[in-house]
Design a protein around this ligand. Sequence first.
Ligand code: KG4
Ligand code: ZN
Length: 340
Amino acid sequence: MGKDRIIMGVETSCDETAVAIIKNGKEILSNVVASQIDSHKRFGGVVPEIASRHHVEQVTVVFEEALKQAGVSYEEIDGIAVTEGPGLVGALLIGVNAAKAIAFAHNIPLVGVHHIAGHIYANRLVADLKFPLLTLVVSGGHTELVVMKEHGHFEVIGETRDDAVGEAYDKVARTLNLPYPGGPHIDRLAYEGEDTLSLPRAWLEEDSYDFSFSGLKSAVINTVHNAEQRGEQIRPQDLAASFQASVIDVLVTKTIKAAKAFGVKQLLLAGGVAANKGLRAAIEVAVQELEEVELVIPPLSLCTDNAAMIGAAGSVFFEKGQRADLALNGNPGLDLTIHN
Ligand code: KG4
Ligand code: ZN
């Protein structure tokens, strides 16, 4: 047995300031997340300028807390993995610059991580990855089907043509006057309602693994407005249940079809919307029709933004020899295939 590999993960791409310490790519020694949700709630969404200010205030404290909870010092850290993009540029820059400063001061190698690679690798904290695998990535900014034939190699076979699924959840929640982020509220309401409204499903072309949620979102908004004009009441629970049924139907059907077509050994869920109870339950049932495909779903705390996932991905890229230098910059439009 060689020496343990200790990687620090840093994530500041949106509204969580997060630092984690990961041992040998799979074991979480600490995972500290400072959420700013309360500050953004009253604006109904993330305000980029406020996010940057909070990151500046929190980042040093979060680094120290992560080291303290893990019981390690900078001398024991073999690499720092930081989210390079995509995300809010001002928010990304705080994490990237903090990571660079520490890397320089303590002479620690640096590696840049794509945020979605992080979400996918959250699964490696739960199970060993078996290739080829398929991940359904569902977050506030992304909806993608990603095939991996080996570590660090990402092929996007389908993606949203308009809204990300989390974005649609948050907009529908806003229409129902629910607080930000709306996903968990819709999820909760959906369990108390029934799919009575038969909302549309955007299947797109027969052979496409792409998604579209803007039509569904508009259908929900129109349904609410039309009812208001007629002075009728729609139960928010039924609206939530109908919206969620439409989303899950399309996501699960396309995911299972892709898993068959690509002959994958594993199916992973990733991103904030992977915390959705309805989606988790539906994919668990649907995967049973596939022979010998293992389903892996991270626990809720590893689905939403965190730094353990960045440390997990960074550990793999670090072993593959990937390194960033001190010219590393935040890149809001970063492409996932940078790791290929
Ligand atoms: O991955 P994430 O934490 O941040 C991004 O990278 O975007 O995802 C945040 C998104 C938000 O849109 C939030 O409403 C959604 O994940 N979300 C959920 C649930 N929990 C979080 N959506 C549906 N059901 C949930 N239980
Ligand atoms: Zn995310």
